[in-house]
Design a protein around this ligand. Structure first.
Ligand code: SF4
Length: 192
């Protein structure tokens, strides 16, 4: 059987080469995969990227050992999830690279007015600054009554935009908090 170099690598990576050469490598590949995740802890989660909200299983290793930080070793589609039944699109299939990525931001950053640079700040400082900005902006933009003298009690200077991984419970608290400030511009991607 004639195979081009490109075809050889293509079928070789999928295991189909073995089939073409007369033996079935699929049980071996399945066992190798099983060995990789044999001792992992499975955590069910949701792909963070789009509103389809496919279910994923995150495999971590080292959870039960003393003095060991759990490491994510594999992410795959959840076959029991009613939305995707185990499948993932290329973005979801690359979730492992997002989790294990040295460019991933692990702390808050701020870009000061007029600056082109982001600077690292501590969580405590971030909370302080966010609270101070919210208080100042609300005080400056709160509207008690409209042009007809009707009470409206709204804050038009603040908006809240939620993330796609926010749960229904988190969004519930966000809406309660924002409404208590008088904020009316609220958006989120409620799906989990
Ligand atoms: S796997 Fe793809 S389709 Fe599914 S939620 Fe993630 S990005 Fe959306």
């Amino acid at each position: 059987m004639g195979l081009s170099r490109r075809e050889f690598f293509k079928v070789g990576t999928s295991g189909a080469a073995a089939l073409l050469l007369g033996f079935d490598a699929r049980p071996v590949l399945a066992q190798a995969k099983e060995l990789k995740i044999a001792r992992t802890t499975e955590t069910r989660s949701t792909c963070p990227y789009c509103s389809v909200s496919c279910g994923v299983i995150i495999h971590t290793l080292g959870d039960k050992a003393k003095n060991v930080t759990a490491q994510v070793v594999h992410v795959e589609g959840d076959p029991d999830h009613p939305i995707n039944r185990g499948t993932l699109c290329p973005k979801g299939a690359s979730l492992f690279q997002e989790i294990k990525n040295d460019r991933r931001l692990m702390k808050p950053q701020v870009r000061r007015p007029g600056s082109t640079q982001w600077e690292d700040i501590s969580w405590d400082k971030a909370y302080d600054e966010i609270a101070r900005h919210i208080k100042k902006t609300r005080d400056e933009t709160f509207i008690d009554t409209d042009a007809n003298g009707k009470a409206v009690n709204r804050c038009e200077g603040i908006a809240f935009n939620g993330g796609c991984t926010d749960t229904n419970e988190f969004n519930y608290l966000v809406v309660k908090t924002m409404r208590s400030l008088g904020v009316c511009y609220i958006e989120n991607q409620a799906r989990v």
